[in-house]
Design a protein around this ligand. Sequence first.
Ligand code: SF4
Length: 295
Amino acid sequence: MARIQNRLKNNSPGPFFVDSSCIDCGSCWQIDPEHFAPTEKNSYVHTQPNGQLEVQKALLALIDCPVAAIGAPKNFTSNLSTDVFPILVTKHFAGDIYYCGWSSHRSFGASSWLIVSPEGNVLIDSPRQSAPLARRIKELGGLKQIVLTHRDDVADHAYWAKSFNCIRWIHHDDAEAAPGAEKKVMGLDMIPLSKSLKLIPTPGHTKGSMVAVLGQKKQILFSGDHLWWNIEKSIVVASKNYCWWNWDEQLKSVKRLVELDIGWLLPGHGYAHQFMPGEWKEALVQTLQHSGKGC
Ligand code: SF4
């Protein structure tokens, strides 16, 4: 629970605040950029919410925060509904895509995503254990598979696998992070999980990093920590600073994705972004040029 005595000084004056327990995971400004923003060290409230709809948006960030670093007065939080996640992001012909919320500090607040599809629902990366979220996922048809994009974003995977009696996919090279995972991806070959969903190994950020790609056209790319969108520079980022294994291999893995037809980039951290036809290839070529300079 956020403590008013630890309120960060850079918060805008008003009822909502971020306190010093913030781990700078980015969940709040990804979900509510109108009120939350990053600094070099932590996030803060840059503008106070105004009116009921804006307050509801800020409260989503409060629920999502993995370390309860967001505070608000009791009159805002006393009747707080926790049945707010998952939130519909987009409807694709291959399935409906939801943001799961309930970020976990064990995944450093990474985003997790839900694909609701007639081929069977798939959870991409693991949110924290949450009975309200589990109830909503059950109402949406449960889970058939869980994809763990890499070793950092596994959080409470065992809870979700047990709750829905479903199988977990992780790459062999990151498998020690999820020892109970039922399926291991080996090497660099693409693996189809269904007619519409495939896994592509993209080593670099970690040795066993993978992305998941949904659909044939205007595809949805679940990128883990391999790539994300930088809203200020309007570029797709592959980050050398956050590369834990091998930067040259990560750049090779970026090249493997250039010919995809991506309509949405949904990362573990950083902003999500929608691409118009043709923009993806251009954006990745720019990423490779920019990343060569050590971004
Ligand atoms: S969600 Fe919480 S921990 Fe993450 S950046 Fe925002 S305030 Fe900090």
